[in-house]
Structures are given as structure tokens and as C-alpha cells.
Design a protein around this ligand. Sequence first.
Ligand SMILES: [Zn+2]
Length: 265
Amino acid sequence: MRASTLRDLFILLAIGAGLFAGGYFLVKRIGQSDFDLSFKVSYKQEEQLGNLFKDLIWDQFPTEKDNAADSALQQIKDRLIKALDTTAYRYQFTIIKNEQINAFTIPGGNIYVFSGLMKAAESPEEVAAVLAHEMGHAEKRHVVTKLMKELSITAIVTILSGGDPSTLAQILKSIIGNTFDREQESKADQFALELLEKAKISPKNLGRFFERLNEKNLDYDENLEILMTHPHNDKRIDQVRKYKTKNDFKPEPFQIDWKKVQESL
Ligand SMILES: [Zn+2]
């Protein structure tokens, strides 16, 4: 990574630490523990932060590009974005070559889906459901809030350590690895259900994907976004079941050859 990029990252980390400190004292004063730390981070700052992490990801993970899977992903993305009324993000969706069934979102609307998830999904609609959920975390500003919380400790350590690259990688790891809390998951699911309906994709696909994970009896890692644990998955499936689409809702299937997509991975 370039030295100037590192320097920019330190500046941003320092800003983050400052914001956290400001937020913390405000929390103490108004006596709320669940304080929204995202409120002071502008979308522009969030985009800058995202760009720095994008460089790190680019260095560390191989991606899938220019194949049937990538073009399917871009098609799914276009449909979902068209269904958003407004957004402050310039979304980018990227496939990472990795067999894990997972997806994650870094600041600035950058969403990463693992090839393992594309293989586990049985239709483009199921992938769309997962992506809509990730967009929910961005739109509800869960991603930046989580990062601000983590910067409280990590940022200071990083700055004091003079920018040890492994510490930077550690920050990235925690962005990728840490799960959101259950309320945030439920809000992202609700966002996904509504967005899928607007995009003319059956919201049931979200539940279908969770059911598939349960059936597969996968080796669960609770620290992975999306997977969560069995009882929790069941609650999420329930939330999908209770969601009612409008009476005149009619899904429009994607014109994507899913077999070809999976073969390209
Ligand atoms: Zn989530």
C-alpha cells in the first residue's frame, strides 16, 4: 500500500477516534448507552474510509471479474438499485474468490460476496436477497456505526504503533468478521424484504436462503455475517414468513442462466 494511503488512513482513524470521544462524552451527558455514533460521519467521509479499505481488500483477496458470475452480480445490483427511492451511496458489488458462504459490507456502500455463497444459492433471486440485506446494513448506517465503535481502541493502538500493517489488517478483519447485533440484523432483514418487493423479486427468497443454510447443516461460525446460528436463523425465517406483499405483487424472474454462473466460479 502506498505511503500516502497509509497517512490518509491514520488521519481518518484520528478523526474517528475524535468522533468517538465526542460521542462518548455526549452519551455520558445525556445518559444513553445506545448512542448512534454514525450521525457525525458524513457520507463523504464514509466513502473516503471505504476507499482505503478497498485498497487493502484489493491487496489481500483475489476477485472474480469478467465472468458469468460477475455479470450476473452486476445485473442483480442494477435491479436492486433501481428499486431504491434515494441513496447517498455509490454501490459497488464485488465477488471474492473464497469457498465460505458469506458476504460483508465495508463503509461507503462497498459490498463483497464470496464465490462460496454464489455456489450455495440456488437462484439469482436468493443472492439478491442476501445483497438486499447487506444494502440494509449500509442504508441504516450499521456499517459505519460498528466501525466507529471499533476505532475507539484499535485506532489509538494503530496510531501509537506507527502504522503496523498487521494492525491495519486486523481492523479490516474485524470489519469482515464481526457480526452485527440481532436488532440490526432484524432491521436489515426488514429493509431487504421491502426492497425485494419493490424490485419485483419475491421476498420469500430471503427465508429460502436461510432454510438452505439450516438444511445443509453447515459448520457454523457465529462470527460470520449472514450465517448466524440455527435458532436465530429460525427467527429470521419467521420474520420472512410474516411479511406480506401487496395483493397485486407479481415477481419478475431474472433472465440469468444460473448453471452457467455457477460453472464460471
Ligand atoms: Zn447482516
